[in-house]
Design a protein around this ligand. Sequence first.
Ligand code: TYM
Length: 334
Amino acid sequence: MKKRIFSGVQPTGNLHLGNYLGAIKNFVELNNDNNNDCIFCVVDLHAITVKQDPKELRDNIRETVATFIACGINPEKSIIFNQSSVSAHSEAAWLLSCVARMGWLNRMTQFKEKAGKDKEKVSVGLYSYPILMAADILLYEATHVPVGEDQKQHLELCRDIAQKFNNDYFAGDFFKVPEPLIQKEFSRIMSLKDGTKKMSKSELSDLSRINLTDDENLIINKIKKAKTDSLPIPSNSKELEMRPEAKNLLGIYSSLTNLSIDESVKEFSGKNFSQFKEKLSQVLVEKINPISDKIKKLNNDKEYLDRILLNGQKKANEFATNKLKKMQEIIGFL
Ligand code: TYM
């Protein structure tokens, strides 16, 4: 049985090292395996849960496609499309919002973090966003969903929604209950300025993240300025537990070099951070530079990017519309 892989990335600009190491790197590996059918979605409907500039949004949708390809996703071997081009996503999200419970959504930590103290002023979309995410996944009968650690709770909600729909409508296993694919290690890359906070597009300071479009000088400078502590690198990884910045930087190094954290700690044990940072910058530049060059090149070829999206839209639309129709029949619409 082939696995059906589905995942999405918001086109909100500045795709960063967290997106790459937590998710996109995994997309590429899954896409290279012929036992998988892969669908990668640019989730523009999710992006507008916070205000977007229309021109920037259009550019960012294309740049997200460019980033997928620059990172190694093969558009011939996968479906790449933007969410808003398949209207079944919005329709299914409404149907599922009548299945999902308020109590479930009230538990979502990402909403609490994003809304902060301003809960009354954020959009309703930001609150119901995990239901749209469930619609994305369930419409394609995805069996596996590769994501970073921050999306784990949303995937659990998706599983609950699928099961409740199946039960409420005596629909057997109409919705497949998807499995999350979250890497055991390095599935949560932290800010370069604060090792207790997730690396994120929405963080104000650009120094907090490595963007996939950063050039060599920027990368070297950001790593130089990355927060550390005053102790040398320890002799074993247990000692990193109370040192979030050191743990994060060594985690980034390990993920990029495919080493375990213990192997990385051993390599740099007793050395100071300036020595380690030099090596980390070098590894980062080697990895990010070719990606960043390719993104810039592809960004100039709008026609190619639009062609990929249009191809993807045709295939995704057929699939999603079929599933939506069946949902409507099960619910009892004429
Ligand atoms: P988004 O756009 O915030 O992030 C895209 C992917 O990158 C991962 N990620 C990280 N991983 C590790 N460390 C970090 N600091 C980090 N920051 C981001 C995310 O976990 C994600 O895998 N709601 C989703 C998009 C979505 C989706 C879906 C995903 C919409 N529909 C259906 C899977 C299936 C989001 O906002 O991801």
